[in-house]
Each structure stands twice: as C-alpha cells, then as structure tokens.
Design a protein around this ligand. Sequence first.
Ligand code: COA
Length: 194
Amino acid sequence: MVWLGQAGSRQEDSSLRPVRQHTSAVTTIEFCPGATVRQDGRMTKIRPARPTDAEDMSEVQNAIYRAGLRASPVDVALIRERYLDTENEVACTVAEQEDRVVGFQSLKRAWPGNPYDVAEGWGIIGTHIHPDAGRSGLGRRLFVESLAAAKAAGLRHLDATIGADNSPALAYYSAMGFTPYQEGGDTIPHRFDV
Ligand SMILES: CC(C)(COP(=O)(O)OP(=O)(O)OC[C@H]1O[C@@H](n2cnc3c(N)ncnc32)[C@H](O)[C@@H]1OP(=O)(O)O)[C@@H](O)C(=O)NCCC(=O)NCCS
C-alpha cells in the first residue's frame, strides 16, 4: 500500500442535520455532508481533524498495518508531521464514532519534489479507515468533504496513487470516480478531475 496525502484543517464543526429516516435492519439517517448520523448502529460524526486526534489517527493506521494493508507502522509524531502540521494541507477530515476517530482522509496540495511525482497544482488524497469500520460508507462520506475542500481551494485534479495489489482501495477510488492515468508498476496513479 502506498501512503498518500496529508492533512489540514478547515471548515466549521459539523452539526446534526437529519434529512430522512429509513426503516431497515440498521437504522440510518440519510446525511447531508458534515452531519452526524447513525451508521451501522453507531453515531458517526464527520469533522475536520484536530491536534488531539493524533493518537487515534495513529491507531487507525497501525490497525491497517496489522491487517497487512500497510507497509509500515506509524507513531504519533509521524501523524503530526504528515497530517496535522503540514503547510501543504487543504483538508484532513475524520470520522468519529463514540468519541474515537475510526477513519480519516487527507487532501494536500502537491508540493515540489513530492514522492508520488504528482504535478504541482494537483491535490494528493489519502484515505485510512480502521478495518473494523470498513465498508460502512465512511470513505464515501469523507470524500464528499474532501471534494468540497478541493473545489474551495481551486484544485482542478486529484491524485490517488494506489498499490496495484490493493483491491479494496482500487475499488473504492473507482467508486468515487477516479480513473487510472499512468502506467504503473507496484502502484497505479489514479486521477479525479474536479
Ligand atoms: C479502501 C478504503 C479507504 C475504503 O474505505 P471504506 O470506508 O471501507 O469505503 P466505503 O464503505 O465508503 O465504500 C465506498 C464504495 O467503495 C467500494 N469499495 C470499498 N471497499 C471495497 C471493497 N473492499 N471491495 C469492493 N468494493 C469496495 C464500493 O463500491 C463501496 O460502495 P458500496 O459499499 O455501496 O458497494 C478502506 O478499505 C481503507 O482504508 N483501506 C486501507 C487503507 C488503504 O488502502 N487506503 C487507500 C490507499 S491510501
């Protein structure tokens, strides 16, 4: 797996904005971007990352590592450096359940010499969902926020460089509308035109 993107903070805090109640095995309130909703029986809040999220964010990436979906573990200092204290940040949005961050998505402006060889002026996005919270729609909700941030920041294109053997990530970014744009080896760069 390839790490992508970094952090940032932006926007006002989320608020509860239920739109419609569904009747199903899992009670769900259809959401507006940024709303707090019940998802798989848990209240989920989508909000900008805060400095105090560093430990939870580190645990998210280490759980991904333990699941064999990430090449190396991280520590809190690395999370701060990559996602919380970076000057290239456009947005870093977290999904919080029961006062714990269970996933996050970072969006950075490509910087000179970035390791993904992404052209300056593009955005670089990265998504990290705790395996226990996977496939419950968190990635989809986080992308709504990142896309809004990309538009607000005037980014025209986003890059997600995805490990060629990372089928969940390939499926996820494809579902979000990303398409491959370069021949890859171990990684396949995908783009999204904002
Ligand atoms: C890839 C990842 C970000 C997906 O996040 P997620 O919250 O589980 O994704 P969602 O539940 O929002 O799924 C949105 C859509 O993506 C697709 N998708 C996501 N995970 C999938 C999987 N494992 N298999 C097939 N399709 C998948 C589906 O189309 C899904 O829509 P659906 O559930 O209505 O069918 C998450 O699995 C993850 O963090 N993986 C480890 C880290 C990583 O590899 N990050 C990406 C590279 S930086």
